[in-house]
Ligand binder design. Structure first.
Ligand code: ATP
Length: 231
């Protein structure tokens, strides 16, 4: 369970008389559903909200807790529970090939390089990515790259996945494939998206506007609210 209690995020101004910019205004949420989508216009605060959930960003005021662990004071535990998938997998893949990247992830949980490499190859095979295991990550297609990034995050078995627009850079076919992969994950998944079809696969849709939650409902009414807002 993720809990946000009166969370604000403020970026300080550059000059002394500049009050700064409020990115999120006093948000209180309990996130327990298996699939939660966050939608909103560009710059509305979706990424800021999602980054709070695994401690990538810290609140200026209020608290974020994951299974009772505060993301500020217990960041390590939180990152063990919440895996984060970025829009651009190249922001996340650190090694030059898929097998090496997954081996790196596994250093947190598996002892011995040979064992880690074997497990990495097995995880890639399970996602039908065995044939690209030793290919440069720069030579993968966008879809393959995002699947490798997701496989790398899943390798350490997080209980919750937070994904920031994971399908935005993909073509329609890869988008559909990745959405199916997300739908099949046993983990709780909190994702942001501009794709209303993807948002409709969630049980709950949260609409963010100007750093505030303006709708929080089942997909039908929440997406209707968002569409009216954008009209
Ligand atoms: N470190 C920062 N300093 C100043 N402004 C910031 C900072 N980080 C984010 N912002 C601003 O906060 C607002 C919300 O950004 P955020 O990335 O959360 O939006 P978003 O809803 O994810 O947008 P998009 O759909 O375009 O990805 C934007 O106006 C952005 O420019």
């Amino acid at each position: 369970m993720i809990e946000l209690d009166r969370v604000s995020v403020v970026v300080p101004g550059i000059r002394r008389d500049d009050p700064g910019k409020v990115l999120l205004h006093g948000i209180t949420l309990e996130l327990s559903e298996r699939r939660i989508a966050v939608v909103g216009a560009n710059g509305s605060g979706k990424s800021t909200l999602l980054r709070l959930l695994n401690g990538l960003r810290q609140p200026t005021a209020g608290t974020v807790r994951v299974d009772g662990h505060d993301t500020v004071t217990a960041g390590k535990q939180v990152r063990g529970i919440v895996g984060f998938v970025f829009t651009d997998p190249l922001s996340q893949l650190l090694m030059s090939t898929p097998v090496e990247d997954i081996e790196l992830s596994l250093r947190a949980t598996v002892r011995g390089r040979a064992k880690r490499l074997e497990r990495a190859r097995q995880l890639l095979d399970e996602r039908d990515l065995g044939h690209v295991a030793h290919q440069s990550i720069y030579d993968l297609s966008g879809g393959e790259r995002q699947l490798v990034a997701l496989t790398s995050v899943l390798a350490v078995e997080p209980r919750i996945i937070v994904a920031d627009e994971p399908t935005t850079l993909l073509d329609l076919r890869n988008r559909a494939q990745l959405e199916r992969v997300f739908e099949g994950l046993p983990q709780q998944v909190v994702f942001s998206t501009h794709d209303m079809g993807f948002a409709r696969t969630a049980e709950r849709v949260i609409v963010v506007d100007g750093g505030r939650i303006v709708a929080d409902d089942e997909p039908g009414p929440a997406i209707d609210h968002y569409v009216r807002l954008m009209a």
